[in-house]
Design a protein around this ligand. Structure first.
Ligand SMILES: NC(=O)c1ccc[n+]([C@@H]2O[C@H](COP(=O)([O-])OP(=O)(O)OC[C@H]3O[C@@H](n4cnc5c(N)ncnc54)[C@H](O)[C@@H]3O)[C@@H](O)[C@H]2O)c1
Length: 349
């Protein structure tokens, strides 16, 4: 039996930890090396249920340090590299763009270099629909839409995509890039809209909404995204980019009102209502609308999303309600300071 080694970077974060669990459930003859720096967003509690699985190994390391990566590569021959490691929050990229370019671009350069040296079967760069910029009222991004990133975060991700493509064209490195829409599901750090809203409902705090709340995002359940990544990794044609989305466009205010409604239905003694909503000064350069066309992956690789938005949201909210310890482990002094810095001192915590 041949054992395939999967080098998953950023596996202690939201999507990476869900992906590791997805792989372990699906494959037996596998070894997963989770390589993560454990920034504020990396949390080994995300993987506490599988940490003793003999197919899983954790390495603390930084993709910006090539020696760190090579140490892991000296121990195993890596077959697949799946790069989730990144600074991932737009607001933080506005406050501090430097770290975004260090991790999201220079880190990717290191990974591409070691992939080439090792002769991996596939290097998969996990990217985002945000590289395409912002849409008006109609239309959707396809893989041929030109790149037009607007935030330091999306600019760093677009740069990494271009670098990844360059390694395919110049060195024949077998790469793929996936660009997915906004993910939701368990284990997401509560700075992003959905877990932040759930957390604030549970603790009776104001829910900040940028601007008029009408910015639109296209939502996909993280498990549907993981299935698409698995498919692209094993079946994607080298050099190709695949958009991943589930046709679920919602405005931010719709999402927040839906969460309040679901929590009210699930937990009637929690007195939550729309009164918690607090409109705050808009994010600088806030993209108006994202919508993703994923016909290519549907047609060529026969992927399709399987989780309806309604049931996915109910299960996600139920998960957060059932895991208060997980939420509490994240809510540190640093978290509150950051939150206050972003939304202003007058914002009720
Ligand atoms: N969350 C979304 O909706 C979404 C949508 C599309 C694409 N993506 C992309 O998917 C990837 C994962 O996103 P996420 O939401 O899980 O992010 P996350 O912030 O939850 O996790 C990122 C992980 O990367 C690790 N990390 C950061 N810098 C590192 C470094 N220099 N070296 C090693 N590890 C490092 C962190 O410790 C953390 O565990 C990112 O590349 C992001 O751009 C996210």
């Amino acid at each position: 039996m041949t054992l395939n080694n999967y080098f998953v970077t950023g596996g202690a974060g939201f999507i990476g930890s869900n992906f590791i669990r997805y792989l372990l459930n699906r494959y037996q003859d596998i070894r997963i090396i989770n390589f993560d720096k454990l920034t504020y967003a990396g949390n080994l509690n995300n993987l506490s249920d599988i940490e003793k699985d003999p197919r899983y190994i954790f390495f603390r390391g930084d993709i910006c340090d090539k020696k760190n990566i090579e140490n892991a590569f000296d121990q195993f021959h890596m077959d697949y590299i799946i790069n989730f490691a990144a600074e991932s929050h737009v607001d933080r990229s506005i406050l501090n763009p430097n770290i975004f370019f260090t991790s999201n671009v220079l880190g990717v350069l290191n990974l591409l270099e070691v992939s080439l040296k090792q002769g991996v079967k596939k290097y998969l760069q996990i990217s985002t629909d945000e590289v395409y910029g912002s849409l008006g009222k109609t239309g959707a991004f396809t893989e041929t839409t030109s790149l037009d990133p607007r935030s330091p975060y999306s600019a760093s991700k677009a740069s990494a995509d271009l670098l990844t493509q360059a390694y395919f064209h110049t060195f024949n490195l077998p790469i793929n890039i996936t660009r997915s829409s906004n993910n939701y599901g368990p284990y997401q750090f509560p700075e992003k809209l959905i877990p932040l809203t759930i957390l604030n409902c549970l603790s009776g705090k104001k829910i900040p909404i940028y601007g008029d709340g009408l910015n639109i995002r296209d939502w996909i359940h993280v498990d549907d995204h993981c299935a698409a990544i698995d498919l692209v990794l094993h079946k994607g044609i080298p050099g190709e980019i695949y958009n991943v989305g589930a046709n679920n466009e919602r405005s931010n205010i719709e999402i927040v009102k839906l969460i309040i409604q679901i929590i009210t239905d699930l937990h009637q003694d929690l007195k939550v209502s729309d009164d918690l909503i607090s409109y705050v000064k808009d994010r600088k350069g806030h993209d108006q609308r994202y919508a993703i066309n994923s016909n290519k992956i549907q047609k060529e690789l026969h992927w399709k999303p399987s989780i309806s938005f309604e049931s996915g949201m109910i299960n996600t909210i139920r998960w957060y309600l059932l895991h208060p310890d997980w939420l509490n482990s994240i809510i540190t002094k640093d978290y509150f300071l950051y939150y206050q810095n972003l939304y202003g001192n007058s914002f009720q915590l």
